[in-house]
Design a protein around this ligand. Sequence first.
Ligand code: PLP
Length: 399
Amino acid sequence: MTTHVQTKFEETAALEDQFQLATYKKFPLAAERGEGVWLYASDGAKYLDLYGGHAVAATGHCHPVVVRAIREQAGQLLFYSNLVYSEVRARAAAKLVEIAPAPISKAFFCNSGTEANENAMRMARMATGRTRIITFTGSFHGRTADAISATALGKYRELGRPNVPDHLFAEFGSLDSVAALADESVAAIMLEPIQSMAGVRMLEPSFYQSLREICDQHGILLIFDEVQTGVGRTGDWFFAGSAAAHGVVPDIITLAKALGSGVPVGACLTTQAVASHIKENDLGTTYGGGMLAMAAVSATLEAIEADHMLENVKHIEAYLREQLAIILSLTCVRGRGLLLGLEFTDPIAAKVNKALLERHIITGTSSDPHVLRLLPPLCLKHEEVDLFIDTLKEVTSDK
Ligand SMILES: Cc1ncc(COP(=O)(O)O)c(C=O)c1O
C-alpha cells in the first residue's frame, strides 16, 4: 500500500480549511509571492493574474515604489490616529484632491469599500437632512448594514436582514424609474458608474448627465461608488469627470481596492459644499488615515503616474478589444479601460474561468453566467494579452 505524502499546497489548504470559517470558494492554489502581473504559488507555478486580487493590484503585485514606501514608513511610524497631524496623511489627501475633478476638494479616509459607502451615505444624510437613498438594480455596495441594504444584486441584501430602512431601488439604465422615486425626501442617488459584479454593465454618457440634472432639480446628492472604477482602472483617474460620464462630477466619490495597492484603505472624496455640513466628530474611524495606509496611497498614485499606466490602460484596452474580436463565442466586450466583461453567447463563463485557471490564467466570473471579468493590473503588456488570447482560443475551441 502506498501512503500519500501531502504536498505543501495540500498542507496549507487543510490547515486553512480547519481553522478559517468556510465563507469563500477558493482556487486550488496557495499564493506565495507576486511580481507585476504574475502570481507565484507555493508549488512554484506562476499564474497570469487578470483578476488583480479582485481589482486591488492596479499597480501590479509588489510594485517596487509601493514596497519601498511601505517598508520605509513601517520603520518610521506604523500608525497614529487623527489626533495628530501627519505629513504622509497630508500629502496623500492633497494628491487625491489634485487628481480628482473639480469641485472635489476634501478627503475622508477609512479602511474599505463598504465603509467608504457607509460614510458617503451618512454625509449625504447630514448635508441634506433627508434619509432616503436611491440605488439601482444589479448594484453591489458592500456588506456592512447600510451598504448591504443599498445593494440590490442577488442574495446580498437578504444576508443583511433586518435591513436599514429608507433604501429605494431604481432600474439600472431607466431614467423614468429614477424620476418616479426622486423627490425632496431623497438624500442621495448612489451608483457604481460601471456595475462590475452584475456583469460589467455601463450606460451611455447622457444617462449620467440626466442623473445629475434630476439630482440638481430636487437637491439630491449624487454619489459615485468608484471602489472598482477609481484609481485609474478606466484609463482616467476617476470615472467621475471623464468623457464616459459626459464630464459629470458627483458630490461624493468613494474609493477603496486599488487605492493602497493591497494595504487596506478606503476614502470618500467630496466638495466643500458637502464638507461644510460635516462637523467635528460626525465621522470617524480609528485606523482611517493611518501612516502605513497613507504611504501606500501616495506610492500607488506615484507609481501609476511614473509608469504612465493611465495611457497604458487605454492602449491595452484597444489592443485587447481588437484581439478579442476574433473569439467567435463572444457576443460583445463590455466596460471601459481594464474593467472588461467578456460576454459569451452561452452561459459558459464559469467553465471558461476554470479552464483558464487550469492553464494558469486567473480571471473572474460575475453574477451573469455569460460574463467573464477581467480586472488586471494596469501595467498589463501586449505579450501577456497574446498569451491570454491564445489560451482563450484553446479553451473556447475557436482555433
Ligand atoms: C463597487 C463596489 N463597492 C463596494 C465594495 C465593497 O468593498 P469592500 O469589500 O472593500 O468592503 C465592492 C467590493 O467588491 C465593490 O465592488
